[in-house]
Design a protein. Structure first.
Length: 359
C-alpha cells in the first residue's frame, strides 16, 4: 500500500512541476486601459466659482524653475540633450540620459514640462523616493482642481486612484503631477507642467467652460516618428524603475520590438473589427513565429495613455503588470507602439540563447 502511495505522490509532484514550468514560462496580461478617455471633455454652461482656488507660490529652486523659461536656460545648466524627439502634442521631447536623467517638453523655444524619476534630480519641494505619507503631511491634496487660461476655465476631477497614485498639485502658473508607487508607498516620478500643456494632455476627467484647447492630430508620417519615440522612452523609463530597485537593466532587442510593434497594430485593428474571428495569436505562438528562442517570457500591453511616462507608471501600479515589469529574471525587452497602443515584450535569455541568436 505504501508503495502505491509513494508512486501517487511522485506522480503528483511531477505533474505539479510540469504545470509550474509551463505557467511560469510565459506571463501575459490583459491590456491596461488608461483611466481617462482622452479627447472627450465635457463642456458646461456655468461654473461654480467656489470650486478650485489659487495655486501655492511655485518653488524657487530645483528643476521646476525651468518650466515656462526659454530653453536656453535649460541648456546653460544641462547642455545639449542626448536626442530630440517629436510628441503627439506639438512640442518636442528633449531627452537627457546623463545624470540627472530627465525629459523636457519644448515648444516655440520654451520649456512646457519636465519629467524625471532620477533620485539625483532636484525636484523641490519633493524628493524622488519620498514617503507618500510625508507628502500628504505637508501638501494639500485636492480632488477638484481648476485651470484658468484667459477667459476659459478647465476643471479636473481626480478619482480615488488618482488621489493615491497620480496627485495633481497646483502652483502659480505651474502644476505638478506626482507619480506614486502604490506598492512601495513612495514618490516614483515627477512631472512639472504648464497649465496649457496640462489641458492639452487631459490626464484626468475634465469639464470646461469656454473654448477647448486641443493639439491637432499628427500626420501619419509624424505619428510614425512619435511611435518610435514612445518606444525608446518606454524602454528607458522601464530601466529607470528597475534600476532604482537594484534589478538588472534590460538590453534592447529589435526582434522583440518588431514583434511588439506588430501586436500593437493588431490590437487596434481588432478594436475596429465589430464582428469576426480573433486575429491576435497567443504570445507564445507569436514568439515561435518570430523565430525567437524559447525562454521565459512576459508581455505587457496598454492603450489610450498619453505617453510612455503614464504607461509605465500605469503598469507599475497594476499588480500583474508590475510582476512582469519588475521580473528579475528578464534580460531583454522590445517595445512596439502604434497610435497610443503599447506592447512591451520581455524574455530571459541565457548566454547559450544569445550566442545562438548571434549566429
Amino acid at each position: 500500500m505504501w508503495r502505491v502511495g509513494w508512486k501517487i505522490l511522485i506522480l503528483l509532484l511531477i505533474v505539479m512541476g510540469i504545470f509550474y514550468f509551463i505557467t511560469d514560462k510565459v506571463s501575459v496580461n490583459e491590456p491596461l486601459e488608461s483611466p481617462v478617455q482622452h479627447g472627450s471633455p465635457i463642456a458646461v454652461p456655468e461654473k461654480d466659482p467656489s470650486v478650485g482656488g489659487e495655486g501655492m507660490p511655485r518653488p524657487s529652486e530645483g528643476m521646476s524653475v525651468f518650466v515656462g523659461q526659454k530653453v536656453e536656460k535649460l541648456e546653460e545648466q544641462f547642455g545639449k540633450p542626448s536626442r530630440v524627439e517629436p510628441s503627439s502634442y506639438q512640442y518636442e521631447w528633449w531627452v537627457y540620459t546623463d545624470k540627472p536623467s530627465f525629459m523636457a517638453g519644448v515648444r516655440k523655444g520654451k520649456v512646457n514640462q519636465l519629467y524625471t524619476a532620477d533620485r539625483s534630480a532636484d525636484v523641490s519641494p519633493f524628493t524622488i523616493g519620498q514617503n507618500v505619507q510625508e507628502i500628504h503631511r505637508f501638501t494639500p491634496i485636492e480632488s477638484e482642481i481648476d485651470v484658468t487660461i484667459k477667459d476659459n476655465i478647465y476643471s479636473f476631477s481626480l478619482n480615488s486612484d488618482d488621489i493615491k497614485n497620480r496627485m495633481l498639485i497646483p502652483y502659480e502658473n505651474l502644476f505638478v503631477q506626482l507619480y506614486i508607487d502604490q506598492v512601495d508607498g513612495v514618490l516614483g516620478g515627477v512631472r512639472f507642467i504648464t497649465p496649457s500643456t496640462l489641458v492639452k494632455h487631459q490626464p484626468y476627467d475634465m469639464t470646461y467652460l469656454g473654448e477647448m484647447i486641443e493639439a491637432p492630430k499628427p500626420s501619419s508620417t509624424v505619428q510614425t516618428e512619435v511611435d518610435r519615440a514612445m518606444e525608446r522612452q518606454t524602454f528607458e523609463v522601464t530601466n529607470q524603475v528597475r534600476e532604482k530597485r537594484d534589478l538588472p537593466v534590460l538590453s534592447y532587442d529589435e526582434k522583440l520590438a518588431a514583434l511588439s510593434r506588430k501586436h500593437s497594430q493588431e490590437m487596434i485593428f481588432q478594436k475596429y473589427r465589430s464582428h469576426g474571428e480573433e486575429i491576435i495569436e497567443p504570445f507564445s505562438e507569436r514568439l515561435k513565429a518570430a523565430g525567437i528562442p524559447p525562454a521565459k517570457a512576459g508581455e505587457n500591453t496598454a492603450f489610450n495613455y498619453i505617453d510612455s511616462i503614464e504607461t509605465v507608471h500605469g503598469w507599475l501600479n497594476s499588480p500583474k503588470h508590475r510582476e512582469v515589469l519588475l521580473n528579475p529574471n528578464f534580460t531583454h525587452t522590445g517595445v512596439g507602439v502604434y497610435n497610443k497602443y503599447y506592447t512591451q515584450s520581455f524574455v530571459a535569455r541565457t548566454e547559450t540563447d544569445q550566442s545562438e541568436d548571434d549566429d
